[in-house]
Write a protein that binds this ligand. Sequence first.
Ligand code: MRU
Length: 341
Amino acid sequence: MVETIQWTAQGVVMIDQTRLPRVEEYVTCTTYEEVAKAIVTMVIRGAPAIGVAAAMGVALGVKQARPETLDAEFEKICDTLAGTRPTAVNLFWAIDRMKRLYAAVKGQGIEAVRAAMEAEAVKVYEEDIAINKAMGANGAPLVPDGKTVLTHCNAGALATAGYGTALGVIRAAVAAGKKIDVYADETRPFLQGARLTAWELMQDGIPTKLITDNMAGHFLKSGRIGCVIVGADRIARNGDVANKVGTYGVAVLAKENGVPFYVAAPISTLDLTLDSGDQIPIEQRPAKEVTEVFGVPVAPENVEVENPAFDVTPARYVTAIITEKGVARAPYEESLPALAK
Ligand code: MRU
């Protein structure tokens, strides 16, 4: 399986997701500022992968910080990484985790602090893969055998440290012997479905068909889709789910057609401080992502554009939320906090 991100002696190595699937190129971030830039420019993307990148970015920053000004530099490193993308809560979860450790070890001398930060970042990475496998095991029984699974965006190995959340459930269902195939929404405007999900599933030999986003309703009505499985960027206490823009429409169409709509996400994607999805900050991305396709203009010059990167699916459309600790169902105000304990 593809290596999304790795901690190495040279720096943080990432596969450049802006160039896939045509070019498989790895970039090495040698400073925390480069890690921050890689998150902003979507060289690395997907909520859990952003969390891992942030943890590694903090560790890299501490490795290079001057011992005399460590406290101030640590704050700047964390602020810079926290300012990259606002919606995926895993980013803030990972930075908070590094902050808590820093507070606990900072009196132990610079070398001990650096070693602790590095070990923690690698732990965040390793835990993420184990979490995804547990999520896969919890979710696989929900996937109907002999049917098609529809997914939106990329919630696979590329969006995590490895294995994936939504695609992890699909991988686990296939490993359990289920005969399923996948319809991948292309996911305008950034095309994570076309460029990343289709590529990743084809590498695994899982039968996959690419569809454009506006075909989802047609296929959901056809009776061949057994379930929808997507990932999440932030889940509020009431079960409202922020995920890649377009997810909401798919969820409504799924309910209308009696197709179960599952969300696969680690506990680190829950934001129990928010009562509802209305409070989730939605990232606005550059207009060029909408007006251009791979640098080629497809819209009138200077046209006004809206480009929210995420939407919020109300909990009433979510059949269940699959986590590494079990499967939550409505009422989510009760089931999510119980799982998160
Ligand atoms: O803008 P992106 O590509 O970072 O958005 C990614 C998604 O919306 C994913 O579905 C989500 O992060 C879950 S990834 C396991």
